[in-house]
Design a binder for this molecule. Structure first.
Ligand code: 13P
Length: 256
């Protein structure tokens, strides 16, 4: 049985003071029973991670610390970059890799993304590999083809046992930050295709791998998305900045 993972991607929001307040308010809004049914992670800007690590560890908050991206090398002349080794040292356990904003705004290629996936795994952290089609690709009927290619390239040379413990986030580009979420049925269709692709290439990993949906997730649409057979969690942007709204998403069962 796959335990759902609900992750908040704060993107470039919340300085370290705001980050501390937000995680404390989120922890206050959740009770220990909420974590029995769902794993929770927050993916904060680099400058927040050290502060969040301290609060999480000192207060014993059962939320996993996440990063939004990293470089693939351990160290070197890469001005502005942060290595997986540095993240692991902060007890980061999950790293988003290949978010569409990284792909489209910063030009990350599938090859870069594959290097990052492997580097994150090598440091015993879990990559959340993001895949998703643009509006144009969807209108051309190429959604599955695009997503399958992103999976093939992103997971090149990754062992089956590592694929099994990873997370794939299906985030259609047209649904990110637009208020237009995919219908639960459309999201399910693509997530089912992702699982089929994993089964095809990595066999047994398909039963274990967790697949999230991301793109305009709110408290109001979380329950129907989470009811879908192949959706094992949510990657939440804007709505994760507000601890009350994010806690409603985490408690999606109560909203139903
Ligand atoms: P929104 O939830 O703001 O649409 O962002 C989704 C996302 O990009 C999460 O990684």
């Amino acid at each position: 049985m796959r335990k759902p993972l609900i992750s908040g991607n704060w993107k470039m929001h919340h300085n370290h003071f705001e980050a501390i307040q937000t995680i404390q308010r989120l922890a206050y809004a959740l009770s220990s029973s909420d974590y029995e049914n769902v794993d929770v992670s927050v993916h904060a800007p680099f400058t927040d991670l050290r502060s969040l690590q301290t609060v999480i560890e000192v207060d014993g908050i059962p939320i996993s610390l996440g990063a939004q991206h990293c470089h693939w090398e351990d160290k070197g002349a890469f001005t502005g970059e942060v290595s997986p080794e540095m993240l692991a040292k902060l007890n980061v356990s999950l790293v988003i890799v290949g978010h569409s904003e990284r792909r489209h705004i910063f030009g990350e290629s599938n090859e870069d993304i594959n290097r990052k996936v492997r580097a994150v795994i090598a440091k015993e952290m879990t990559p959340i590999l993001c895949v998703g089609e643009t509006t144009e690709e969807r209108e051309d009927g190429r959604t599955l083809e695009v997503v399958e290619k992103q999976l093939e390239d992103g997971l090149k040379e990754v062992k089956t046992s590592d694929v099994a413990s990873m997370v794939i986030a299906y985030e259609p580009v047209w649904a990110i930050g637009t208020g237009k979420n995919a219908t639960p049925e459309d999201a399910q269709e693509v997530c089912k295709g992702i699982r089929a692709k994993v089964e095809n290439a990595w066999k047994s990993a398909s039963e274990q791998i967790r697949i999230q949906y991301g793109g305009s997730v709110k408290g109001i649409n979380a329950p129907d998305l989470m009811k879908q057979k192949d959706i094992d969690g949510l990657l939440v942007g804007g709505a994760s900045l507000d601890p009350d709204e994010f806690s409603r998403i985490i408690k999606y069962r109560l909203l139903d």
